[in-house]
Ligand binder design. Structure first.
Ligand SMILES: C[S@@+](CC[C@H](N)C(=O)[O-])C[C@H]1O[C@@H](n2cnc3c(N)ncnc32)[C@H](O)[C@@H]1O
Ligand code: SF4
Length: 472
């Protein structure tokens, strides 16, 4: 049975013996599909409609934000991991990337004038695919173009997803020299049987020298792990987490494996019989939470942990944490411009996405300078609901008075139906509803995305099991 226990030093403690529902009942009731809410509306609501550059420039002029986060997508990987749900392309060598990088440079050139009129760039993130698939001189070309053509702030955060199998300490040192000041490593799991089953073999010995370089220079870094992969058990994942803890990353993403083989062909190579059951997954998740919080990490919510002095943990403490297409962020005051295939942007109340297919993306950029294929303008109702969802998913609490002051309507009247639906979560100890606030309990944090889903107008009448992964 479940209940919320008191919190010690900001850590969370779950007790599985007391509460309204036992573990089996909890899984049966709440192991449902739902979005991770990196935006509202979610990306699947973007409409396939043309959008010209001028409309984006108009949205930039209307936006309240004067800082920009630039996201650069490098989609190539030398070998595909079977679990992967990212937008990526298998490429054996770099030649395929040359023309693509030219398109990236062209797209950057095409946004330059409007961006410089409206923003300073305070964050640059290279994601993928595998950004380190291309060599350092190519990365330097892109960084150089941004530094030369855009107005980048002196203390901008420049980060990169770094596949430890593609790089060594020398390459890492060069990237630091180039200005990168935050790194993220794909780790997933150290268990050899799991590594074979996911087609990703990497020893901790590949990672230790990289961590040493970063620690020597006090540069923060993140590790990605995934639970729910083939052959994982509580005790095996426990070993992986213990190895990770010895390297003490500043942030940790412990993703719940999203198994959607109907969407991602490589996942069909995963033996479903080897996947842990929902009960085992929940046990792994709870055990990991305990290991990490006992060792001093703060649980930020949906898959993420950070050391207490990390900026994400600090912002959450002040109830100022934000979320965008890259996950939790301190850059809530930034608009986001995504460069490269499939990248999503958020400019004021305009969301748009680039062409997802490689040759289509390159073709569009060479014709028009940009490659937007989908977009959506957020309505007032979308903005109000995003405020609610963002507060619940980032800060686990929505205070009603600031909401009413901002949006000028009575919360309890506007969301009568949603509050009625939350009563069952309240009875099961997942939320606490009062006239002043909605608070997600420690136990409720495991199901935060389902609680948020109750405020999602777009999902009410949809079959969502094919588009979103399960909560557990
Ligand atoms: C773009 S990849 C990381 C960069 C680099 N390609 C690498 O693998 O090291 C981003 C992260 O998404 C996570 N990820 C990918 N597919 C996933 C899935 N189906 N479910 C959960 N997490 C997933 C992995 O943890 C992965 O490290
Ligand atoms: S996890 Fe990283 S390396 Fe593996 S296929 Fe996905 S993007 Fe490529």
């Amino acid at each position: 049975m479940w209940n919320e226990k008191s919190r010690v030093d900001g850590n969370i403690c779950f007790d599985t013996r007391i509460g309204q529902l036992n573990e089996k009942q909890l899984i049966e009731k709440y192991n449902l599909n739902g979005p991770r809410y990196t935006s509202y509306p979610t990306a699947i609501e973007l409409k396939e409609q043309p959008l010209n550059k001028q409309s984006v420039t108009t949205a930039m002029a209307k936006s309240d934000n004067d800082e920009l986060s630039l996201y650069i997508h490098i989609p190539f990987c030398k070998q595909l991991c079977y679990y992967c749900g990212c937008h990526k392309y298998l490429a054996r060598n770099e030649s395929k990337a040359f023309a693509y990088v030219d398109s990236i440079l062209e797209e950057l050139a095409s946004w330059q004038a409007s961006c410089n009129e409206h923003y300073k760039v305070s964050q640059i993130h290279f994601g993928g695919g595998t950004p380190t698939f291309v060599d350092n001189s190519t990365i330097s070309k892109i960084v150089g173009k941004i530094s030369a053509d855009y107005s980048v702030t002196e203390n901008a955060e420049i980060s990169i997803e770094f596949d430890p199998r593609t790089c060594d300490a020398k390459r890492l040192a060069e990237l630091i020299e180039m200005g990168f000041n935050r790194f993220s490593f794909g780790i997933q799991d150290f268990n050899p049987e799991t590594q074979i089953a996911i087609n990703r073999q990497q020893d901790i010995k590949m990672i230790e020298p990289l961590v040493k370089v970063l620690k020597d220079k006090a540069i923060p870094f993140n590790f990605d792990l995934i639970y729910g992969l083939p052959y994982q058990t509580q005790s095996r994942f426990n070993d992986t987490v213990n190895q990770v803890l010895r390297l003490r990353p500043n942030r940790l993403s412990v993703f719940n494996y999203a198994h959607m083989p109907h969407l991602f062909a490589e996942q069909r190579r995963i033996d479903e019989a080897a996947l842990p059951s929902a009960t085992e997954k929940l046990a792994i998740q709870l055990n990991t939470m305990k290991q990490l919080t006992d060792d001093g990490y703060v649980y930020l919510g949906i898959d993420h942990y950070a050391l207490p002095d990390d900026s994400l943990a600090q912002e959450q403490k002040k109830q100022q944490l934000h979320r965008n297409f890259q996950g939790y962020t301190t850059k809530g005051h930034c608009d986001l411009l995504g460069i490269g295939l499939s990248s999503i942007s958020q400019i004021g109340q305009l969301m748009f996405q680039n062409e997802k297919e490689l040759s289509g993306y390159q073709h569009k950029v060479s014709n028009d300078g940009v490659a937007i294929t989908k977009h959506l303008y957020k309505s007032l109702s979308d903005q109000a609901r995003w405020y609610v969802i963002k507060n619940l998913i980032c800060n686990f609490e929505l205070n009603i008075t600031p909401y009413e002051t901002k949006f000028g309507h009575l919360f309890n009247e506007e969301y009568k139906n949603e509050i009625a639906k939350l009563q069952t979560y309240q009875r099961d100890g997942l939320v606490k509803i009062s006239n002043e606030s909605i608070k997600i309990t420690d136990l409720g944090r495991l199901f935060a995305r389902l609680i948020c889903k109750e405020f999602d107008q777009y999902l009410q009448d949809k079959m969502i099991s094919k588009q979103f992964s399960k909560a557990i």
